[in-house]
Design a protein around this ligand. Structure first.
Ligand SMILES: [Fe+2]
Length: 184
């Protein structure tokens, strides 16, 4: 399977993006990340660099986490648009959530941290594949502002939504890890 097909297969939520050009650029950004890192199984990518991991966590994959963030972001956006009449760009929410952690593809190589992981960090390096795909600056902003690993604060509503959905999705993985330890 080529990388474009692999990305489409990994993220069914791409269908939520109405703008065909935007959807193609999100796929292209992910395809670039996979190709530049010679990733042949996108579903096997971990969410957290394996070398920094103290315990295996059930279901801890990058694709699973990104899908959690897309669905959580959409639920927040749709709820607030419904109850508050919030003016929200739904395509921006979905596409930004899909690329928010794309830099993580560059942070590890198998079980080893990469120089990108040690010296740059995923929110900074993630700007590269997003920009290379021709996505507007708003997407690089979400990549930079979604985590407290940078000093960049979300500058617009959709960026706040992705940041908060990401925090909740990450907390869900950590809660699962605690349950795993209790079961051990
Ligand atoms: Fe994330």
């Amino acid at each position: 399977m080529d990388s474009t097909a692999a990305v489409a297969d990994a993220f069914p939520e791409l269908d939520e993006i109405e703008d065909d050009d935007l959807r193609a650029r999100v796929v292209a950004a992910w395809a670039t990340a996979l190709e530049e890192n010679a990733v042949d199984d996108v579903a096997a990518l971990p969410w957290f660099p394996p070398a920094q991991r103290k315990h295996d966590i059930t279901g801890e994959t990058l694709v699973g986490h990104v899908r959690d963030v897309v669905r959580g972001s959409l639920a927040l956006a749709d709820s607030l648009a419904d109850s508050r009449g919030a003016d929200v760009d739904r395509d921006l929410v979905v596409a930004a959530a899909l690329v928010h952690d794309i830099g993580k593809v560059y942070e590890f190589d198998g079980h080893d941290d990469t120089a990108v992981g040690r010296l740059v960090g995923h929110p900074y390096y993630g700007v590269h594949p997003v920009a290379a795909a021709g996505l507007p600056a708003a997407y690089a902003h979400v990549v930079l502002s979604h985590t407290d690993r940078t000093p960049v604060e979300p500058a617009f509503f959709e960026a706040v939504i992705v940041k908060r959905a990401d925090e909740a999705a990450a907390a869900a993985i950590r809660a699962t890890a605690l349950d795993d330890l209790r079961d051990a």
